[in-house]
Design a protein around this ligand. Structure first.
Ligand code: HEC
Length: 122
């Protein structure tokens, strides 16, 4: 049993390293202007969207809560739930919940587009 788990973690490690190498190659290609733009998971989040989540969500969903909108890892893990709540037409479910943290339709649309299409989630 333990042995199985250890084998699994070794494989996870190997995959991570392989992934890292692939990512590094991809990066090189794009900097020479030939390949697709490189995708670093969470890059767009950190550059642009973290600020929107911080303003509109993190007051109620932060590190001490099970559901946290302050980190890319947590947003990625809860992505579908977040989309559902932002799009909800049920006033008791829709997020952001408080009128004081309401956002403009533009910000809402930007965050939804990000969650649905960003290369952060590839
Ligand atoms: C004023 C406080 C408040 C703000 C601001 C707020 N939320 Fe929430 N949120 C809550 C509360 C309370 C719950 C739990 C009750 C419920 O399920 O509606 C919740 C639940 C959720 C859930 C469901 C979690 C689960 O495990 O089912 C998601 C997803 C969510 N919020 C996303 C967001 C996002 C994204 C934002 C910002 C755009 C946001 N919330 C802003 C208070 C808030």
């Amino acid at each position: 049993m333990l042995n199985k788990i250890m084998k699994k973690s070794i494989w996870a490690g190997v995959l991570l390293i392989a992934g890292g190498l692939l990512w590094a190659c991809g990066d090189e290609k794009s900097s020479s202007g030939t390949g697709e733009p490189s995708a670093t998971p969470g890059a767009e989040f950190d550059a642009t969207y973290k600020a929107l989540f911080t303003t509109h969500c993190t007051g109620c969903h932060s590190a001490q809560d099970p559901f946290n909108t302050a980190t890319f890892t947590s947003v990625r893990a809860n992505r579908q739930k977040i989309i559902t709540r932002i799009e909800s037409t049920d006033s008791s479910k829709v997020m952001p919940q408080s009128p004081t943290t309401q956002w403009t339709n533009t910000d809402k649309a930007r965050v939804l587009q990000y969650l649905k299409t960003s290369t952060d989630f590839n």
